[in-house]
Design a protein around this ligand. Structure first.
Ligand SMILES: Nc1nc2c(ncn2[C@@H]2O[C@H](COP(=O)(O)OP(=O)(O)OP(=O)(O)O)[C@@H](O)[C@H]2O)c(=O)[nH]1
Length: 357
């Protein structure tokens, strides 16, 4: 029996970690191993999922890949990690892979066709999480897609923007599309209907709040996506060919797909006094600097709990998630945006110090 693996993809901040957290809480007695890949090097998603107090999820079952985007380091990073998981004395019942918000799912699916993996694991399904209100409102990928349609009509331009490429690729690869954050939007029905048109035939499009879908809906789809790659073609066109690899597997696709169009950095500052004021400051900074995603942890003077801070666009969530235990007091945030962020100004506006990359 092959071990099924579910790939969870979707743009920065769409709700992948939240959906996985809910899944783990409702996984029953399935033993699920997680492979997490983040853009930005703070390990926030791993930090949220590890030590989360969920019984079905021990720290050992969470593996973080942090040497770059999973779809570009498939051979170096992902395949060895999978082999190590499979070699465990008690292999997991199911593997869940959270890609970075900038990853293309196709190269990852393709890796499952490698001889080493093909006999032992199969892609149970590709779940693409979308930020429902953002896509509906035409922010993020959607309005850029509209710009691209205009650009496509112009013969002088042949590239799509990185954001719309990612969106299109993540939708094209999906077996299931989750329209998340429906609590923040009106009737999701029109968007769901539109997405059914954009996706491959038969792809399920389901609404969700906080990624709350039954484990039975997410797992056990049995798609065998690795045998079905042609139907899930990439739409993007950035191919930067490297000449250092004459491997006969067409595995990592040799692309950068516009990663260089995005950047991330970490800022640190002293612990804060007032979470609400801090969130308001972050919201202002995010808006002023066009930051796509900001997340991290903070300690609050006199409080024993860790504050998790999350911004997706101008919306900022903050909540105490667990005791600080031995964590150093202070603030560590990862800031992600399109290339050209003014790091010094952002750090100054956050009253923080940027950490050199
Ligand atoms: N209101 C609302 N907030 C949500 C929902 N789902 C997720 N969020 C919030 O959105 C933020 C981002 O969620 P994550 O689950 O970390 O998103 P992600 O896709 O894993 O983010 P990256 O790994 O950075 O790409 C967090 O503050 C979540 O609490 C939802 O359905 N409704």
């Amino acid at each position: 029996m092959k071990i099924p693996a579910t790939i969870v993809t979707g743009f920065l901040g769409a709700g992948k970690t939240t959906l996985i957290r809910h899944l783990l809480q409702n996984a029953g007695d399935r033993r699920i191993a997680l492979i997490i890949n983040e853009f930005g090097d703070l390990g926030v998603d791993g930090g949220i999922l590890k030590g989360c107090g969920i019984e079905s999820c021990s720290d050992d079952d969470v593996v973080e890949l942090s040497n770059g985007c999973i779809c570009c380091t498939v051979a170096d990073d992902f395949v060895p990690t999978m082999q190590a998981l499979l070699a465990r004395e008690t292999p997991p019942d199911h593997i869940v892979i959270e890609t970075s918000g900038l990853a293309l799912p196709q190269p990852l699916v393709r890796a499952f066709a490698w001889p080493d993996l093909k006999t032992r694991v199969t892609v149970d399904g590709v779940v693409t999480v979308l930020d429902g209100p953002a896509v509906a409102a035409g922010t993020f990928a959607a309005d850029i897609a509209a710009v691209d349609r205009q650009r496509a009509a112009d013969d002088g331009l042949d590239h799509e923007t990185p954001l719309s490429e990612l969106y299109a690729d993540q939708v094209a690869c999906a077996d299931m599309i989750v329209v998340n954050k429906i609590d923040l939007m009106g009737d999701p029905a029109p968007l769901i209907a539109r997405l059914r048109g954009e996706a491959r035939a038969g792809v399920q499009v389901v609404p969700a709040e906080m990624g709350a879908l039954p484990a039975e809906v997410l797992l056990g789809r049995g798609q065998g996506a690795e045998d079905d790659l042609a139907a899930r073609h990439e739409i993007h066109h950035h191919h930067h060919h490297h000449d250092d690899d004459d491997d006969d597997h067409d595995h990592d696709h040799h692309h950068e797909h516009g990663h260089d169009a995005f950047e991330s950095f970490v800022v640190e500052t002293a612990e804060i006094a007032d979470p609400a004021a801090f969130a308001a400051r972050i919201s202002d900074v995010v808006r002023r600097h066009g930051i796509l995603r900001l997340k991290g942890f903070a300690s609050v003077a006199g409080k024993p709990m860790r504050l998790t801070v999350q911004a997706v666009g101008p919306r900022v969530d903050h909540y105490f998630d667990r005791p600080l235990n031995g964590d150093a007091r202070g603030v560590r945030l990862v800031v992600i945006g399109q290339a050209g962020l003014d790091r010094a100004a952002i750090a100054a506006d956050l009253q923080a110090s940027p950490i050199p990359a």
